[in-house]
Design a protein around this ligand. Structure first.
Ligand code: NAD
Ligand code: IPM
Ligand code: MN
Length: 347
């Protein structure tokens, strides 16, 4: 069999708990693969011990892997943004994860809070830009702590950055049955950035004649997620809008415990990174209450990225079977859900 070098970053809170289950299922689904894993101790513990978030030497080591599995980052004991920026966003930026791929699918048997929510009406994929927009950290503060305080937070949008993520989204749309791409932005207010996004998407459209292109403002899109989710097939959007609408997407598709994502470097220059959409959930950390399904489905995205499409499909099927039987079941621990899904993929 093949050997895959996998960097594992459990991170903070429930991150390590759900990552352990994802690894369990990953291994069960791929008996022919040797997973050469390296565990990285990054997150709040290391920050408190050494002051480091992601040392350069560690980043360079991580670059040498085939893929990364990440749990979650962020802890109440660390000032907000230190780990999020210094670890998670630094990985996304340094490894050029310009596609943040976030499927929003209602699995059969899972209850959606939407009256009209069915596996047919909730089946979209959000292609969130991952390296630009308001996430670069550009900006600053003047006269901090005074009544004259001024805080700026700039959004960076380059033609290069928008074109490559839009092209990826068109390619996804062209390969899905409904062949529809919705650009979600706010070009009625963010006129400079919105104009760049609209012109770039429209400029690519002739290369993808089979794809229907639609534009929607992010506020209206949020409403339609709830009232008419069937409007959406592939969505392409800015980094921040994509962050927000994918938590909403998770909610309509059965909850944040099920939502998976991939931070993808499509050219394969650097390893791609797979992680649940949710965070470190400090409110339930250490209690074995976290649902590992989002992490498990992220492992399936990892497999599919590495070309193990059949094995990825087995995990998705195992999850689908598991979630559809949940109704009649008593509550399970994080580990029990992982065991149950692992058993299904192995058997
Ligand atoms: P969160 O996603 O951690 O939690 C929101 C709510 O969802 C909480 O009530 C939590 O208990 C619940 N929840 C989340 N995942 C769950 C799971 N797998 N099973 C069951 N319930 C689950 O978001 P937050 O509270 O806004 O953020 C907490 C910390 O996580 C912050 O430090 C934030 O910056 C960080 N964060 C990190 C990531 C990431 O690493 N990708 C993503 C989002 C937030
Ligand atoms: C996510 C998270 C991150 C983001 C934070 C923790 C930086 O919310 O992965 O959705 O905003 O991208
Ligand atoms: Mn988020």
């Amino acid at each position: 069999g093949k050997t895959v070098k996998l960097a594992v970053i459990g991170g903070d809170g429930i991150g390590p708990e759900v990552t352990a289950e994802a690894l369990k299922v990953l291994r069960a689904a791929t008996p022919e693969v040797t997973w050469d894993t390296t565990d990285y101790d990054l997150g709040a513990r290391r920050y408190h011990a050494t002051g480091e978030t992601l040392p350069d030497t560690v980043l360079e080591e991580i670059r040498g892997h085939d893929a990364i599995l990440l749990g979650a980052v962020g802890d109440p004991s660390v000032p907000s943004g230190v780990l999020e920026r210094g670890l998670l966003l630094r990985l996304r930026f340094e490894l050029d994860h310009y596609v943040n791929l976030r499927p929003v699918r209602l699995y059969p048997g899972v209850a959606s809070p939407l009256a009209k929510g069915t596996p047919e009406t909730i089946d979209m994929v959000v292609v969130r830009e991952g390296t630009e927009g308001p996430y670069t950290g550009a900006g600053g503060v003047m006269r901090r702590g005074t009544p004259q305080e001024i805080a700026t937070q700039e959004s960076y949008n380059t033609y290069f950055g928008v074109e490559r993520v839009a092209r990826y989204a068109f390619e996804q749309a062209a390969n899905r049955p409904r062949r529809k791409l919705t650009l979600v932005h706010k070009n009625n207010v963010l006129t400079y950035a919105g104009d760049l996004w609209v012109r770039t998407v429209n400029g690519l459209a002739p290369e993808f004649p089979s794809v229907t292109v639609e534009y929607q403002h992010v506020d209206a899109a949020s409403m339609f997620f709830v009232t008419q989710p069937e409007r959406f097939d592939v969505i392409v959007t800015d980094n921040l809008f994509g962050d927000i609408i994918t938590d909403l997407g998770a909610a309509i598709a059965g909850g944040i415990g099920l939502a998976a994502s991939g931070n993808i470097n499509p050219a394969g220059t650097f390893p791609s990174m797979f992680e649940p959409v949710h965070g470190s959930a400090p409110d339930i950390a250490g209690q074995s209450k976290a649902d590992p399904t989002a992490a498990i489905l992220s492992a399936a995205l990892l497999l599919s990225h590495l070309g193990y499409t059949a094995e990825a499909g087995q995990i998705e099927q195992a999850v689908a079977d598991d979630v559809s039987e949940r109704g009649g079941r008593s509550a399970r621990t994080t580990g029990e859900i992982g065991d149950d899904v692992a058993k299904r993929v192995a058997g």
